[in-house]
Design a protein around this ligand. Structure first.
Ligand code: PLP
Length: 450
């Protein structure tokens, strides 16, 4: 039993900071999971499963950790941008504004959500590797900063910006030639990456902006997502600050803002603990930027960090109901009512998760379980070989670290209806996105008899 208690404790560290097991409200069990002061079983009964819950206190603490570390380690101005690609809804967009965060939007859809949430123009920053005409039009209509990915985009934007009387700044995205250590699918900074411009292309883009009177105020680079070692940011910063020095001497232009992207990782499984330390990452970046500028005699730019996952992943929990339980030659299968449709990360790049039963987690372990979804793909296995107690049909399972790149990447595969999303704060649960219905699935269908 002692080993079980230790394992539960470690897994609980992956959950939101408010997560706890408390004496159960019902007579048929001894302990049940609470998040944000709310009983998860009661939420599942009321809203159904799969169910996604965001814990406000965990999100608040994550935003505060970035602000505190930047204030402590960076001697100049700074800002934090939430990378909305991790998960975006009107509620999250409004949450960013309560924490003075900028909001990074990719494409017209995300810009539209930010605008609908009332995020002010000067806080909306637009990314995208191949922005369509519609994306650019929405960016010009709503954004304060557009991060230019390539020369073609810059040439398309120039007349649109001249025709607009809005206060829009451009940043240029540099491809520094160094990626962070992460899955190949999440690396973006390497020399042959599809993202950004070479330093030479950036030089030409700066001249183009000067010649065409465009408001250019920043440089950006992002080397990849979900890394645990900030070291590769060092050489990338050297490349970018060398470029800044060369630009200053050859064109007289210097960036007011410098953004080395986001991408700091989180712990998904108990084997990944302890939690990667935001302060360690921010200190590394802040000190390297300050020192690099000092060495080159450059004015300190405003330092922007652009995290997504490390702001929202831990705050999110996915709750599923166990359906069938099956034993095959070597595996105990627990089937749950969600999987690759709401969380494609295990199928996409082998992401490894953990889980806890919502009720009575401290039962003796029965050995490893393979937790699979209902979808028609053998790759629809959410968690492999996770030690769990015996679990039966109708029990609830909670999967932590579900706040980033699940709902943002979810699909309607096999007619799946996207789950309801709750905001949990001080014992109150608010529905921020309702569950999709069959009517939603049919809404785009023209119903034409061919
Ligand atoms: C340009 C850019 N900025 C920020 C991020 C956020 O990364 P993460 O959610 O890992 O912090 C991404 C993610 O891919 C990105 O492409």
């Amino acid at each position: 039993m002692h080993a079980v208690a230790g394992l539960i404790q470690r897994r609980l560290e992956l959950f939101p900071i408010t997560a706890t097991y408390a004496p159960a409200g019902a007579p048929d069990c001894s302990a049940e999971l609470l998040i944000g002061g709310c009983r998860v079983r009661t939420l599942a009964q009321e809203y159904g499963t799969p169910l996604y819950c965001f814990d406000a206190a965990t999100l608040d603490a994550a935003a505060q950790a970035y602000h505190t570390a930047l204030a402590r380690y960076y001697p100049g101005e700074s800002a934090v941008t939430y990378a909305g690609k991790a998960y975006l809804s009107r509620a999250i967009a409004q949450w960013t504004q309560r924490h003075d965060l900028w909001l990074d939007c990719t494409g017209a859809g995300e810009i539209g959500i930010a605008a609908a949430a009332g995020v002010p123009r000067h806080r909306i920053l637009v990314h995208g590797v191949n922005k369509s005409a519609a994306d650019l039009e929405m960016a010009v209509r709503h954004a304060g900063v557009i991060v230019v990915d390539n020369p073609t985009e810059l040439h398309r934007l120039a007349p649109m910006l001249r025709a607009s009387n809005q206060d829009i700044s451009l940043w240029l995205r540099v491809r520094p030639g160094v990626a962070v250590d992460t899955h190949a699918y999440r690396q973006t900074g390497q020399e042959d990456s599809k993202f950004g411009m070479s330093p030479q292309e950036v030089m030409e883009a700066v001249r183009f902006c000067i010649d065409h009177g465009l408001k250019l105020s920043g440089l950006h680079f992002h080397q990849g997502s979900h890394f645990h070692d900030p070291a590769p940011i060092g050489p990338a910063l050297e490349t970018v600050l060398d470029l800044v020095a060369e630009l200053a001497s050859t064109t007289g232009w210097s960036p007011q803002s410098l953004c080395p992207g986001g991408g700091w990782g989180v712990a998904y499984h108990e084997d990944d603990l302890p939690q990667p330390d935001v302060e360690h990452y921010v200190r590394f970046v802040a000190q390297r930027v300050a020192e690099g500028c000092r060495q080159r005699g450059l004015k300190l730019p405003s330092l922007h960090l652009e995290p997504g996952r490390s702001l929202v992943a831990r705050g999110g929990v996915a709750v599923y109901t166990v359906g069938a339980v099956k034993q095959t030659a070597t595996r105990r299968w627990l089937f749950i009512d969600g999987g690759m449709a709401d969380n494609p990360r295990p199928a996409l790049y082998g992401a490894r998760y953990s889980a806890l039963p919502v009720i009575d987690p401290d039962r003796p372990l029965l050995g490893p379980a393979w937790i699979a979804g209902p979808y028609c793909e053998s790759g629809d296995v959410l968690i492999e070989a996770l030690p769990l107690p015996a679990m039966e049909a109708d029990e609830l399972l909670a999967v932590p670290v579900s706040g980033a790149y699940h709902l943002a990447m979810q699909s309607n595969y096999n007619g799946a209806r996207k789950p309801a999303v709750l905001w949990l704060d001080k014992g109150a649960a608010t529905l921020i996105q309702r569950r999709e219905t069959l009517a939603d699935l049919l809404a785009r269908d023209m119903g034409i008899d061919l």
